[in-house]
Design a protein around this ligand. Structure first.
Ligand SMILES: Cc1ncc(COP(=O)(O)O)c(C=O)c1O
Length: 402
């Protein structure tokens, strides 16, 4: 660790609220799948800023778009028309198959909050004043703001902040009967992650998601998909639900929308989106020309570089490599996920120590809880890089076991 790390880490506790237990490293630059610390040491990044830099670090197309827009116009607010915002909304609609309208915000939690508000507004207008409840899944994660936290299906993250906004019902994920039992006239929306990310990388079963769509149609309930983590070709498709052949009514987006710049969006089918009227919802910073320029450059580059195809191919390769660890040792007991959104379940509760040991070997890893390693590399990750990870993991696991 360099001097810059020493000075910065020593002052962390004095000047920051203690909401994160930071790792013993300080990154100062990045390029593609690589990160560099304050001493110039190179690391292979398997986290992508928690799935937010799908295009890789310091991508020249995004850097250029931001630099150009930065010296032209950064922000005037949503009171005015600006460049890039409408173009981005049209591009997102096209990626979803057309007929969608966007509201831009700044983060995943805000995208979920906006989706919740839209669903309530739609429910009251279309079903009646009682239709305000939102059903979400146990183990889900929708963000840290109060309504997004209430939607989140993880009591450990909620209890300290009660009372939470009412009107949320949690049911077991991938259990259609449990959903069927709660979808009455007081429900306006079902909100699900297509692949539960923070909960441990659990994809929805295809038959489940299809049945959810059918049930929502039958009961006149909106299907809101939280693709904050699974979107932007992370699983191979522009959005993870596209592998399931179903269409959502509302999609919450953020993370990789602008390749690491703060950006979020609520994107809804036009008839649903039209439930919002002027004054219903807003954001000072959402949809600035700067962020929208970055998002457009991100989406264009992800498509031009065919990184969805790479996510499928290298994701399958990495998955096979991780599964071979299950076969040849009993340290790894299960591999889950799809595309380049994968997890390895460990037998022992050593995942955090594996992450720390990974840094010493030049690998930026991530754990969810004590037993789960999650892999979210930039989508340009190569088969060789996936092999490097699978080659080092047994060494790291052995070190940690000692
Ligand atoms: C599925 C999902 N929804 C919402 C969020 C919240 O996003 P943010 O941290 O940008 O508020 C996250 C963050 O991890 C997420 O994975």
């Amino acid at each position: 660790m360099g001097e810059m790390f020493d000075i910065t880490s020593a002052r962390d506790a004095e000047f920051h609220m203690h909401t994160y237990a930071r790792k013993q490293v300080m990154f100062v630059s990045g390029l593609g799948t690589r990160l560099y610390d304050d001493e110039g040491r190179e690391y292979l990044d398997l986290v992508s800023g928690i799935g937010s830099v799908n295009l890789g670090h310091a991508h020249p197309a995004v850097a250029e778009a931001v630099a150009r827009q930065m010296s032209r116009l950064v922000h005037v607010s949503n009171l005015y028309h600006v460049e890039h915002r409408t173009e981005l909304a049209e591009e997102l609609s096209a990626l979803l198959g057309g007929g969608f309208k966007a509201f831009f915000c700044n983060s995943g939690a805000e995208a979920c909050e906006g989706s919740i508000k839209l669903a309530r507004r739609w429910g009251k207008a279309n079903k009646g004043p009682e239709a305000v409840r939102i059903v979400t899944a146990e183990r889900s994660f929708h963000g840290r703001t109060m309504a997004a936290l209430a939607a989140t299906g993880q009591p450990s993250k909620q209890e300290a902040f009660e009372p939470l906004p009412p009107g949320f019902v949690h049911v077991p994920f991938n259990d259609i009967d449990a959903l069927d039992a709660v979808l009455d006239d007081t429900v306006c929306a079902v909100m699900l992650e297509v692949v539960q990310g923070e909960g441990g990388v659990y994809p929805a079963d295809p038959a489940y998601l299809e049945a959810v769509r059918t049930l929502c149609d039958e009961r006149a309930v909106l299907l809101v998909l939280d693709e904050v983590q699974s979107g932007f070709w992370r699983t191979g498709h522009a959005f993870a639900h596209q592998a399931y052949g179903i269409e959502p009514d509302v999609v919450a987006l953020a993370k990789s929308l602008a390749n690491g710049l703060p950006a979020g969006a609520v994107v809804a089918r036009a008839e649903v989106a039209d439930a919002f009227a002027p004054g219903d919802h807003g954001s000072t910073f959402g949809g600035t020309p700067l962020i929208c320029a970055a998002a457009r450059a991100t989406i264009a580059a992800l498509q031009a570089e065919r990184l969805g195809e790479n996510a499928i191919a290298v994701g399958a390769h990495l998955r096979a490599g991780l599964e071979s660890l299950v076969a040849c040792s009993d340290d790894v007991v299960e591999v889950r996920g799809t595309g380049l959104m994968l997890a390895a379940q460990l037998r022992e509760p050593v995942a955090a120590r594996v992450v720390d040991a990974g840094l010493a070997h030049g690998f930026v890893l991530n754990n969810i809880g004590a037993h789960t390693l999650r892999f979210l590399p930039p989508l340009a990750c190569t088969a060789t890089e996936a092999d490097a990870l699978c080659d080092i993991l047994p060494t790291i696991l052995a070190e940690v076991a000692e």
